[in-house]
Write a protein that binds this ligand. Sequence first.
Ligand SMILES: Nc1nc2c(c(=O)[nH]1)N[C@H]1C(S)=C(S)[C@@H](COP(=O)(O)O)O[C@H]1N2
Ligand SMILES: [Mo]
Length: 318
Amino acid sequence: MIIKTKKDIPSSEITDPLIFRERRKIIKAMLATMVAGAGISPTLADNNQSVWPDLPKGDFSAEFLTPTPAELIKNHTNYYEFAFNKKDPASLAQKLRTDPWTIEISGEVEKPGRYYLEDILRQQTLQEHIYRFRCVEAWSMVVPWVGFSLGSLLKTVKPLSTANFVKFTAVHQPEVMPKQLNNAMLEWPYVEALRMDEAMHPLTILAVGMYGDILPKQNGAPLRLVVPWKYGFKSIKAIVKIELLKRPPVTTWNKFAPNEYGFYSNVNPAVAHPRWSQNSERQLGSGFFTPRRQTELFNGYGEQVASMYSDMDLRHFF
Ligand SMILES: Nc1nc2c(c(=O)[nH]1)N[C@H]1C(S)=C(S)[C@@H](COP(=O)(O)O)O[C@H]1N2
Ligand SMILES: [Mo]
């Protein structure tokens, strides 16, 4: 359903638990259907337990990888709107109002509109995608995301041939986001972007869940981007707007420090960050004596994505 009038969107400042439960129900019901389709008892998905690892997996989901424990993923987050450390967003982000949630899709498309997240979810297929995730700060984890293909969503609004870039804008809620309130460090709201072919790539997903459950707020609820072959800052959280554009937009980290955070920012062990090497990474949860992991070109997804960058010199570009 395209949202046409403002009155369709409840303006209540208070989180409506009914809407939250509704979204939870939709996600749980979809998981249950898929679990049932896989021949597993659907009651598994009815309780509040994680249904992982029995969900259907996305095509490039690395089932051979052991996901990082959920507690670590939830308590070590980068969410600069809330705090510049990794610990505080876990509590501070609980104040974020995620219901109702709409996503505006506009620009070089045939069918621009503003959509309730619930309506998008009803049209999309949720899958589990176990991906490596590599932050530009050289720590990494393995996350069992629940999400759907960004390309599949973009197709529903019919991109024009003039659409070359996709810009994502995160939520602006200065009342609950201290760094927005104080205009601290970055330009708010947080903006990221992809080239159109990157956005349409089957590895690129919009995540609404993790570990078979709703996405925790500190990890980007209710909707975040996940681009597993790029440094983590490209995977923008709490998306409210998606614009298809002719020209590359200005993006938050690139504007802040263009020599440190390139537009592409594909994971590349050969290109050092100006202040540290990108050659290896610390895996979240690994013990003090565990050796660091050797970082892989394109975070290990080269087979799937390298052809998009065949005209670039991988020894230099970032
Ligand atoms: N809106 C928003 N999205 C964001 C960030 C942020 O500060 N704000 N941080 C980014 C960075 S630097 C990383 S590494 C990942 C971290 O995701 P996680 O906290 O779920 O691990 O989110 C990215 N998306
Ligand atoms: Mo990051």
